[in-house]
Design a protein around this ligand. Structure first.
Ligand SMILES: [Zn+2]
Length: 237
């Protein structure tokens, strides 16, 4: 049968073990985050490349359309030219010449549009090259952070097993009443059921601890619970 002052020492050990479990969890979480962010970067780079590829396709289609239009306008111009050479009246000649002017303007406009699209295509190709050059580095970063996460998981898994075994051993040493209270706190608060009270404040719920409890905490002869959140509290060392 263990005494209450034994329970105080055991709970302090248990608090230490819970802190260790939290630290291991945080370590794993950091690695998960790093891997997730590396994955996101690769995904974004791939999406960017896909969008650039689509823009390039659109430009290429537009460029072909303009070429077809130019050919059509060229044929119409040639026809008008023939018509003007064989124009029988001055009026027909004037009309044909006017239409030829219009065709020339259309051709100029199409050529200028075509050049604009070619410039845009050049810029797109440069962007695609840059995005493609970035990709292997990002993929390598993703692979590296995946390996690091796997390594961390193996380490954390082994450490967690060790800490958990120790925690069960310590828990078994508690007096039955304390053990029941402890189990309830672990159910409710996970690794935060045992908490340090520093400067007269419970770090679990940020409530001021009464002076009496504060004094009791310092003597540590009996496990004490926060009157507000019911966590086991103990004085900062
Ligand atoms: Zn509290």
């Amino acid at each position: 049968m263990s005494s209450e002052s034994d329970d105080v020492a055991i709970l302090a050990n248990l608090a230490k073990l819970h802190r260790e479990l939290k630290r291991l969890q945080a370590k794993e979480r950091d690695h998960v985050q790093a891997y997730e962010s590396a994955k996101t970067q690769v995904k974004r780079a791939r999406e960017e490349l896909a969008a650039l590829g689509k823009a390039k396709e659109d430009d290429t289609l537009k460029s072909r359309e303009i070429e077809r239009e130019l050919a059509r306008v060229g044929q119409e111009f040639a026809k008008l030219n023939t018509a003007s050479e064989s124009a029988r009246t001055q009026a027909l000649l004037v009309a044909a010449t006017r239409e030829m002017e219009t065709k020339k303007e259309q051709r100029n406009k199409l050529e200028s549009d075509g050049l604009g699209i070619l410039d845009h295509l050049d810029a797109l190709n440069a962007q695609i090259q840059r995005a493609q050059a970035k990709l292997p580095e990002l993929a390598a970063q993703e692979e590296l952070s995946k390996q690091r996460l796997e390594q961390c998981r193996a380490e954390v898994g082994a450490a967690r097993e060790r800490v958990e075994t120790e925690r069960q051993r310590e828990r078994e040493r508690l007096a039955i009443e304390t053990k029941v209270a402890y189990d309830g706190l672990v159910d409710d608060f996970g690794d935060d059921g045992l908490i340090i009270a520093s400067d007269g404040v419970c770090n679990g719920c940020d409530t001021m601890i009464s002076a009496t409890i504060g004094a009791l905490l310092k003597r540590l002869t009996k496990p004490i619970r926060c009157p507000n959140c019911r966590r086991f509290i103990y004085a900062a060392q």
